[in-house]
Design a protein around this ligand. Structure first.
Ligand code: SF4
Length: 376
C-alpha cells in the first residue's frame, strides 16, 4: 500500500507567515502541469507493485488548478498506477477559490476529501495573516462542499496569533464545531525566518503571544473539540469517528509514499528522497529526463528516531514489543531508561505495552522526543 503526494507550488498571493515552497507566478501553471505529468510517468515503476491507497494534492494552493489541469493529472495517475477503488483522495483548497461552480467541478472528479485552509473566522485576524478570504466566504465554502456531496471535509485553524484573546479563539472553535466538518487541524502560529511576519517581529512591530496563553489556547482546543466529539489523534489533528486522515497517518506509520513536484519528499521504506526546491530546476530536470533530487539512506538509528517522533505524535503511541522487535534490546533498554523520568512526571503514560504522551506531555513534546532520540 502506498500514498502519492502531488505538490502544486502556486498561490494567488503569499500569506504573511508562510515559508512553504510556492510561487505567485501562476502564468507557469500550464507548463508545470505538463511537467508534473511527465514526472508521474517517469517514476511509475517506483510504485509498480503497490496499490495506491491515498492521493493528496497539497501546496501551495491546489485549488488554483482548473478542470483541465486536474483532469490531466488524474488521467496520468490512473494510467500509470493501480489506485484502490476506496482510495482517500484529498485536495487542499483556499476558501476564496471555492465558488459553487468550482466545488461542483471538484465533485465530478475523483476527490472524496476537501481540506480548507480557513485559519480563523475573525476578519481582523484573517487580514493580519494576509489571507484572501473573509469569515463569511469560509463558512459559505464549507456549505458549498456539503451541498455538493462531500462528506469528508477538513478545515485548518491557527492559534497563538498576536493580539488573539482566549475569547476570540473560543469563538473560532465554536464556529468550527457548528459547521459539522469531520476533521480539524489546528496549528500554533510559528515565526519562520524569511517571512514578512518574521521581519515584523524583528522590527518589534508584533508581540508574540506569551507561553501561558499559548498553553491555555491549546488546552481550550482539546477541551472544546473533545466535547464536540472529535478524537485528538495527533498533536495537531482531530477527527470524528471514521475520518482520521489516511494520507497523513501513513506518514506517521512509516508507510511508503511518493512525492511529486518540486520540494516534495518520497520514502520507499529504505530511502528518503526529495525533489529540488526550485521550479526552474525541477522543470528543466524532468523535461530532460534527469530529475534533480537528493537521496539519503535511512539507517537503523535514523529509523529509530523517526519511529519515536512519529509514534509519540499520535494517539497510537509507541508499542514496546514492536520497538524491541524492530530495533533490538539495546535501543529498547535505552528508551525505557529515558522514558522513566517522564512517566514519573506524568508527561508520558504507559498502558499495557503502549507509551503515549499525556496532555501535560503534549505541550512539551519537542523536548521529550529529543531526549528520547539517540545521537548517531
Ligand atoms: S495559501 Fe498556503 S501555501 Fe499559499 S501562501 Fe498562504 S499559507 Fe502559503
Amino acid at each position: 500500500m502506498a500514498g502519492i503526494y502531488i505538490h502544486i507550488p502556486f498561490c494567488k498571493s503569499r500569506c504573511i507567515y508562510c515559508d512553504f515552497f510556492t510561487s505567485t507566478n501562476e502564468a507557469e501553471m500550464d507548463a508545470y502541469v505538463i511537467t508534473l505529468c511527465k514526472e508521474i510517468v517517469y517514476r511509475k515503476d517506483e510504485l509498480a507493485i503497490d496499490i495506491v491507497k491515498t492521493i493528496y494534492f497539497g501546496g501551495g494552493t491546489p485549488s488554483r488548478l482548473n478542470r483541465t489541469h486536474l483532469e490531466s493529472i488524474f488521467k496520468t495517475i490512473y494510467a500509470n498506477f493501480t489506485v484502490a477503488s476506496d482510495a482517500e483522495i484529498t485536495i487542499e483548497t483556499n476558501p476564496d477559490d471555492l465558488s459553487i461552480i468550482y466545488v461542483d467541478m471538484l465533485s465530478e472528479l475523483p476527490f472524496n476529501r476537501v481540506s480548507i485552509g480557513i485559519q480563523s473566522f475573525n476578519d481582523d485576524e484573517l487580514k493580519f495573516l494576509s489571507r484572501r478570504h473573509d469569515a463569511n466566504t469560509a463558512i459559505e465554502a464549507v456549505k458549498y462542499c456539503q451541498e455538493k456531496g462531500f462528506h469528508n471535509i477538513s478545515i485548518d485553524l491557527m492559534y497563538g496569533l498576536p493580539r488573539q484573546t482566549l475569547d476570540i479563539w473560543q469563538s473560532n472553535l465554536q464556529q468550527a464545531c457548528q459547521l459539522n466538518v469531520q476533521h480539524i487541524s489546528a496549528y500554533h502560529l510559528i515565526y519562520e525566518e524569511k517571512t514578512r511576519l518574521y521581519s515584523l517581529l524583528q522590527a518589534g512591530k508584533v508581540n508574540p503571544v506569551d507561553e501561558d496563553s499559548s498553553l491555555e489556547m491549546f488546552e481550550m482546543l482539546i477541551d472544546i473539540l473533545s466535547q464536540a466529539g472529535f478524537a485528538h489523534y495527533e498533536i495537531s489533528n482531530f477527527a470524528k469517528e471514521g475520518y482520521i486522515s489516511q494520507h497523513n497517518s501513513s506518514y506517521w506509520k512509516g508507510d511508503k509514499y511518493m512525492g511529486l513536484g518540486p520540494s516534495s519528499h518520497s520514502f520507499d521504506g529504505e530511502y528518503r528522497q526529495w525533489n529540488v526546491s526550485s521550479l526552474p530546476k525541477y522543470m528543466k530536470g524532468v523535461n530532460n529526463e534527469k530529475p534533480v533530487f537528493e537521496k539519503e539512506d535511512i539507517d537503523k538509528i535514523k529509523k529509530y528516531n523517526e519511529y519515536i517522533i512519529t509514534g509519540l505524535r499520535t494517539m497510537w503511541g509507541i508499542n514496546l514489543d514492536e520497538l524491541q522487535a524492530k530495533f533490538g534490546d539495546e535501543l529498547y533498554a535505552n528508551f525505557l531508561e529515558v522514558a522513566q523520568k517522564y512517566l514519573k512526571l506524568n508527561h508520558l503514560r504507559r498502558e499495557d505495552n503502549t507509551v503515549t504522551l499525556t496532555r501535560a506531555g503534549i505541550f512539551i513534546s519537542d523536548g521529550i522526543m529529543s531526549d528520547l532520540m539517540v545521537v548517531e
